[in-house]
Design a protein around this ligand. Structure first.
Ligand code: SAH
Length: 390
């Protein structure tokens, strides 16, 4: 997309400024198109409108169908036994409720599970279930097939971008994971309590679908997951963070920002998206989030030996976090074949964390989970791109 076209004919319109910016705008590729609407992608008010437009009433039908889809996880209309038979038949013909195909489930020694899912058009996506310290699971969901960004340390970046996930495809990751847990011996006691948008993709580039998925996940007739137990993680798309705040999402769910470097030059190198949205602008927008909400912002920092792990880095990171009132999540780099970094030594992680803390910032060190099944942060690459053709 980027790049100069040479000095050939002058275009009639002024050409976009040719510079070395990478292609980091949300690619204008469509989401999956299905012949029939998938009803699991509609928040309750939108489902009400849709059914109304189809001439399906009374209004409580929307609530019933919504509960079947999300609270009960129905993937066929036939299973919605409280609906009149004729309505079920009509919905079968005119809408979708089906789930994604689970093509593999990998289980880690630490209890983490990675689900490989196949989309209707044949792409592979991944989602990860991480056991909580106490009860239940935190689920890490994907928002894209591949990723629109090109961060140097991330395995998903190596896949490139294929397309945005539709709302129902995001929600269905939770439906499928919940069904998987329900089928296990622990059964109903193993609940998904938290959802983090930290899987494949940049969630803010898929804003509408992510917002609608949050709507469904937090609806008490849907999954009933409290907003404070949901976190959206972004690489720092400044105007979309502004939108996140403007649309009230910052008040409802947590925001994590992948900072990963403490100078503009280092960040732009590691995360080419940082060239378009410089560190200064990013910190400024975070600073404009009103204080109580800012406590809900986490600064993520993947520790890359020899790249962003000097004492000066630790000092700057600590200062930024303290000034903003954000917590730091330090993520020791999880090695994978697509990036040249080694795993940082445990003592180096502790030293770095200590130096950040010494500046008065709260630091949490994230222990890698599910590493033996390549399910840890930055290792999601959907087993290569097998089965990527429809
Ligand atoms: N695009 C979003 C969502 C992905 S979250 C974002 O950038 O926030 C993935 C998190 O894992 C990010 O904080 C990223 O910095 C981190 N990460 C990526 N690759 C990693 C790796 N190999 N080891 C550890 N953390 C990694």
């Amino acid at each position: 997309m980027a790049g100069r076209r040479g000095a050939a004919a002058q275009p009639a319109h002024p050409a976009p400024v040719a510079d070395d910016r990478p292609a980091i705008r949300p690619p204008r590729l469509p989401v999956l198109r299905t012949e029939r609407p998938h009803l699991a992608g509609l928040p309750r008010p939108a489902l009400r409108d849709r059914l109304d437009a189809m001439g399906i009433g009374p209004a409580y039908r929307a609530d019933q169908i919504f509960s079947w889809l999300h609270a009960h996880g129905a993937t066929t209309f036939e299973a919605m036994t409280s609906l009149p038979r004729a309505l079920r038949a009509r919905l079968c013909a005119e809408a979708l409720a089906r789930g994604l195909e689970v093509t593999a489930v990998a289980r880690s020694a630490d209890g983490t599970r990675k689900l490989l899912l196949r989309t209707l058009d044949g792409h592979a996506i991944e989602t990860v279930l991480i056991p909580n310290e106490g009860r239940g699971y935190t689920q890490c969901v994907s928002s894209m097939v591949g990723c629109s960004l090109t961060c140097r340390f991330c395995a998903t970046a190596a896949l490139g971008f294929t397309r945005m996930l539709a709302t129902w495809e995001i929600v269905d990751q939770v439906r499928r994971a919940r069904a998987l847990l329900a089928a296990e011996p622990e059964g109903a006691s193993s609940r998904i309590t938290n959802v983090v948008f930290m899987g494949m993709g940049e969630p803010l580039h898929n804003f509408d679908a992510v917002r609608d998925a949050i709507e469904i996940l937090t609806d008490e007739r849907g999954f009933g997951i409290a907003g404070r137990r949901i976190t959206v993680s972004t690489a720092g798309i400044v105007p979309l963070i502004e939108r996140f705040v403007r649309e009230g999402l910052a008040e409802r769910v947590g925001l994590a920002v992948s900072l990963n470097a403490t100078t503009q030059a280092a960040r732009a190198h590691l995360m080419p998206v940082g060239r378009r949205y410089p560190l200064g602008d990013l910190l400024a927008v975070l600073g404009r989030v009103p204080t109580p909400k800012r406590r809900r912002i986490t600064l993520e920092y993947v520790l890359l030996p020899g790249e962003n792990d000097t004492p000066d880095d630790a000092g700057r990171l600590g200062d930024m976090a303290r000034r903003l009132g954000c917590q730091v999540n330090l993520i020791p780099f999880n090695p994978h074949p697509f990036a040249p970094y080694p795993r940082p030594a445990a003592h180096a992680v502790e030293t770095f964390a200590g130096a950040v803390r010494a500046r008065g910032a709260a630091v949490y060190v994230r222990t890698p989970r599910g590493e033996d099944i390549a399910a840890a942060c930055g290792q999601l690459a959907a087993g290569g791109e097998e089965g990527a053709t429809p």
